[in-house]
Design a protein around this ligand. Structure first.
Ligand code: SAM
Length: 132
């Protein structure tokens, strides 16, 4: 009950207050407390969730960095916790579309065998489940 009140009040503040207020010491301190409580009480689970183009701003940032690399260079990309590879393949598509002259090698690693098998298959279907 108390947690619900805190959650609703915080969400309300987050939605209506301007950044200048949310960046004050009081709200930063409150955010740290909420984060600490969340870490302490949340259930622990490993999710394999991923999907193609999941984080476009991140892909665009990496593409923009690749645009600054000198012609003919080699780039190595490593995705730690790559899941089924959808994110890494999305990145390769972005990079190779922007810089076809770059030599790009990619490595994905993950602790879950099922997602690595899926990534190795390089075969995806619309009806694939997001979390193996
Ligand atoms: C939520 S998925 C993220 C997938 C992808 N990177 C993305 O952002 O869309 C997290 C993945 O990290 C993997 N993982 C968790 N701990 C790991 C570890 N210590 N080493 C390698 N992979 C790990 C999980 O098996 C899971 O597939």
């Amino acid at each position: 009950m108390l947690l619900q009140i805190v959650r609703r009040t915080t969400k309300f503040c987050w939605d209506i207050l301007p950044n200048a207020v949310l960046s004050t010491w009081v709200f930063l301190r409150l955010g740290k407390l909420i984060h600490k409580a969340h870490i302490k009480w949340q259930g622990r689970a490993v999710l394999n969730y991923t999907r193609f183009l999941r984080n476009v701003p991140q892909l665009e940032l990496l593409r923009d960095l690749a645009l600054k690399v000198p012609t003919g260079d080699t780039w190595r990309v490593i995705s730690v916790g790559c899941s089924t590879g959808a994110e890494l393949y999305s990145l390769l598509w972005y990079l190779r579309s922007a810089r076809s002259d770059l030599q790009i090698s990619a490595l994905g690693i993950d602790i879950a065998d099922a997602v690595i098998a899926k990534a190795r298959s390089r075969t995806y279907f619309r009806e694939d489940v997001d979390d193996l």
